[in-house]
Design a protein. Structure first.
Length: 151
């Protein structure tokens, strides 16, 4: 049986990311870091000062709400995903892991994947759309055997 490559497991959502090391099939996960995005759980109205303004049609008699292209919640979540991706890139450059497992709710998983460097993306061996950020280590470990990284 081949050596088990150093695998990191990222358990994240829009407000929190936990980073684990998985050294062998028989070892327990070791938590390396816990990152928080305090604005990730806030509602949109808590992040913006007021509602979007009103715009008048070219004839001056029709009104419609002006929409912002991206909400502040999306902006803070994207920034958090970007920061997390930066950490993963720096740690890969230091050869701290060989493989990466991503566990996150669907929306954040997509945001995180879009922020990953090409070299980090190549290290992702498995991902699952699940929110485990508030779960204990044993519960997180219980999701790993269902993944196909053993091959």
């Amino acid at each position: 049986m081949a050596n088990f490559p150093m695998t990191w497991v990222v358990v994240a959502d829009s407000a929190r990311a936990r980073l684990f090391e998985w050294a062998s099939l028989k070892s327990e996960l070791t938590e390396l870091a816990d990152f928080t995005n305090s604005e990730g759980r806030l509602r949109e109205q808590s992040l913006t000062s007021d509602r979007p303004g009103m715009a008048f049609g070219s004839q001056g008699h029709s009104r419609r709400r002006m929409q912002t292209p991206k909400s502040e919640v999306d902006n803070t979540t994207t920034a958090f995903a970007h920061d997390l991706a930066g950490v993963l890139k720096a740690e890969l450059e230091q050869h701290h892991y060989e493989r990466l497992v991503l566990l996150a709710p669907p929306k954040f998983l997509g945001q995180l994947r879009s922020q990953l460097d090409a070299q980090v993306s190549k290290r992702v061996v498995e991902s699952d759309s699940v929110d485990l950020t508030k779960e204990d280590r044993e519960t997180i470990e219980s999701h790993l055997p269902r993944l196909s990284i053993y091959a």
